[in-house]
Design a protein around this ligand. Structure first.
Ligand SMILES: O=C(O)CCC(=O)C(=O)O
Length: 321
C-alpha cells in the first residue's frame, strides 16, 4: 500500500494527503479496546467513590466517555486525562505499538521518508470531549514545537480518527501549499495553553476542512499549518496522531535522557528532546527495531521519569504580541 506517484506529488504540492481506509475496523479494535479498558477501570473507581451513578458499559466506543462526561464533566475530564497522560501519549501498551507499526501505514511512510524509519517521540491520543475547550487545538505547525534545526527536515504527522471525524465533532483543518514557505511565528500561551499562530498572522490561503472516516489516515508535513475546532456533537472525537522521520533526522535513539543538559548545544539535540524516539525500521541492522511492547513501554517510561528539558525556540507569549 505504498504511495503512488500522483499521491506523492499531491503530498509535495499540498503539504497533506488523505489515505482513505488505511486501517480497517479490525485494525483499530485493539487500540479502541485498550482505551476502553482505561475508561472502564476509571469509571468503576469513580462510581465507587460516588462521582458516577453508572459506568456506561453498554455504550459504544464513541459514546461511552461522552456519557460519563455528560453525567459529570469533571469525571469525564479526569478519564480523558488518564488516557492522554502528561503530554498526550499516556497509553503506551501493546496496541499502541501495533498501531504505530501498522504495515500499510509504514509502507506509505517509507514512500515519504525512505526505508530507515524512526518513530518520532511525540505521539498523541486525543479524546475530544463534546464542548471541551481544551480539545480545540489552535492553528500551528508541528515544527513550532520542535527545535529550529529540524525545520529543514521532513517529519511526518499521521492523524487517524478512531471514530468518524466530521465538521460538527471537530475534524482537522489544514492550510494547503504553504509548507514550502518555512516556519510561521508562533506564540506561547495560545488557546488552552497550546502554541498558536493567530488568525491575522496566517498565510492568506483558504483553509481546508478534512472530514474523515474512522481508520482513514491524514499525512501532513511538519510545516503544514493545521487546527481543530469545537466538538458540537454528543460523541467523543477520538483520534491519534503519530510521527515518523528518516533515521538521519536528529533523534534521541540510544541516547541517555540525562545527556540533555541545559548546557548542551541545541543543534546536537533530537528534534523534540522530552520524549523517546525509537527505531521502527533499520535495513542494515533490524535488531535495533522496537517490536516488543515491553521495550517500547520501558523506553517511554525512562523518558517520562527523567523528562529531559528542551531549550525551546523562544516564542513570544501571545499576551506580549
Ligand atoms: O487532533 C487534533 O484536534 C489536533 C491534532 C494536532 O494538532 C496534531 O496532530 O498536531
Amino acid at each position: 500500500m505504498s504511495l503512488t506517484q500522483t499521491e506523492l506529488s499531491q503530498f509535495q504540492r499540498q503539504g497533506f494527503l488523505l489515505k482513505s481506509g488505511l486501517f480497517s475496523s479490525e485494525d483499530l479494535k485493539p487500540l479502541q479496546d485498550a482505551l476502553t479498558e482505561i475508561i472502564d477501570q476509571g469509571a468503576r473507581e469513580l462510581q465507587a467513590d460516588g462521582s458516577l451513578t453508572d459506568i456506561y458499559a453498554d455504550q459504544p466506543f464513541g459514546l461511552r466517555l461522552a456519557s460519563i462526561h455528560a453525567e459529570n464533566e469533571e469525571a469525564g475530564e479526569e478519564l480523558a486525562r488518564r488516557v492522554m497522560g502528561k503530554g498526550g501519549g499516556g497509553y503506551n501498551g501493546p496496541a499502541m505499538l501495533q498501531t504505530i507499526r501498522h504495515p500499510a501505514l509504514l509502507s506509505c511512510i517509507e514512500s515519504l521518508v525512505g526505508p530507515d524509519i524512526v518513530g518520532s517521540s511525540v505521539y498523541r491520543i486525543r479524546p475530544k470531549l463534546p464542548g471541551w475547550d481544551r480539545g480545540e487545538v489552535p492553528w500551528h505547525q508541528d515544527a513550532g514545537y520542535t527545535l529550529a534545526h529540524c525545520d529543514r527536515h521532513l517529519i511526518i504527522t499521521c492523524w487517524v480518527p478512531l471514530v468518524d471525524a466530521t465538521l460538527e465533532n471537530g475534524c482537522l483543518h489544514v492550510i494547503p501549499t504553504v509548507h514550502h514557505s518555512g516556519i510561521l511565528r508562533h506564540y506561547t500561551g495560545g488557546h488552552a495553553g497550546f502554541l498558536e499562530v493567530p488568525d491575522e498572522e496566517l498565510p492568506p490561503v483558504e483553509p481546508v476542512p478534512v472530514p474523515m472516516k474512522a481508520g482513514d489516515a491524514l499525512l501532513l508535513t511538519n510545516l503544514t499549518p493545521h487546527a481543530s475546532f469545537a466538538n458540537r456533537t454528543n460523541v467523543v472525537r477520538w483520534s491519534i496522531d503519530l510521527r515518523y522521520q528518516n533515521a538521519n533526522v536528529p533523534n534521541n535513539v540510544e541516547e541517555e535522557p540525562a545527556s540533555y543538559t541545559p548546557e548542551r548545544d541545541p543543534v546536537t539535540m533530537a528534534c523534540y528532546p522530552p520524549e523517546a524516539d525509537f527505531v521502527i525500521r533499520d535495513q542494515s541492522d533490524p535488531a535495533r527495531e522496537v517490536h516488543s511492547a515491553d521495550q517500547f513501554r520501558q523506553l517511554r517510561e525512562r523518558y517520562e521519569t527523567t523528562r529531559p528539558s528542551t531549550p525551546g525556540r523562544g516564542w513570544t507569549p501571545l499576551q506580549d504580541r
